[in-house]
Write a protein that binds this ligand. Structure first.
Ligand SMILES: C[S@@+](CC[C@H](N)C(=O)[O-])C[C@H]1O[C@@H](n2cnc3c(N)ncnc32)[C@H](O)[C@@H]1O
Length: 203
């Protein structure tokens, strides 16, 4: 498993440590663990959008899936090299530039990344994601709500209400859409109010 220290080097070149460098080597997100339990088969491809430290990607590989991991942070290349797994395809790019092949994926994961898109980009990305799921495929994603601590300070991000989220995926069957609000911390340990929607849906 890669260590934080090994991966900090790349991100320190650009000054501030990236999210991925601060979070590498952690357990997978609980939402993904629950989503994976819903799959009938464990052979096929998964797409991890905003894969960052590759904690969720690593879990998907261990579960038997091939993974396309996309992130704008080049650190995913060094993290991927350390995993030494030929089933992993690490792509350094903005998800808005990546062509998601129709019906390619058994599982698509987008945890804590969609809120970083501009609001105007959300419908087209959601449409590409849904198009990329196989029939019966599962989407596991999060959104930030309007009470999130960043909502007033980060106009380039999007913060959605429950009713807006309900309108995003009319073609999918919701398995879980839960809402959490709590005081916690950012990756750099600064205090932050979190307002998160956790979503698992099936095509
Ligand atoms: C908060 S981190 C979450 C990382 C990972 N999904 C997790 O839960 O640990 C968000 C990640 O999304 C990446 N990211 C942000 N906007 C992106 C975009 N438009 N396309 C691809 N990756 C993006 C960032 O570089 C960062 O690694």
């Amino acid at each position: 498993m890669p260590t934080n220290k090994a991966l900090m080097v790349g991100s320190e070149r650009s000054g501030k440590p990236s999210y991925a460098s601060l979070r590498v080597g952690r357990l997978p997100n609980r939402l993904l663990v629950d989503a994976l339990d819903l799959l009938d088969v464990r052979e096929g491809r998964a797409l991890d959008i905003g894969a960052g430290p590759l904690n969720d990607t690593r879990f998907l590989l261990q579960a038997g899936l091939s993974v396309d991991a996309v992130d704008t942070d080049p650190l995913i290349l060094s993290a991927a090299a350390m995993l030494k797994d030929r089933r992993l395809n690490a792509i350094v790019d903005d998800i808005r530039n990546v062509r998601i092949a129709r019906g390619a994926y058994l599982l698509i994961v987008a945890i804590h990344v969609l809120p970083f898109l501009r609001r105007a980009d959300v419908p087209s990305i959601m449409s590409s994601i849904i198009n990329g799921l196989r029939s019966n495929g599962v989407l596991c994603c999060t959104f930030f709500g309007v009470n999130d601590g960043w909502a007033q300070r980060r106009p380039h991000m999007n913060f959605l209400s429950r009713s807006e989220i309900d309108c995003l995926f009319p073609q999918l069957r919701p398995i879980e859409i839960s809402e959490l609000e709590y005081d916690g911390a950012e990756a750099n340990d600064s205090p932050k109010r979190w307002h998160i929607f956790r979503c698992i849906l099936r095509k």
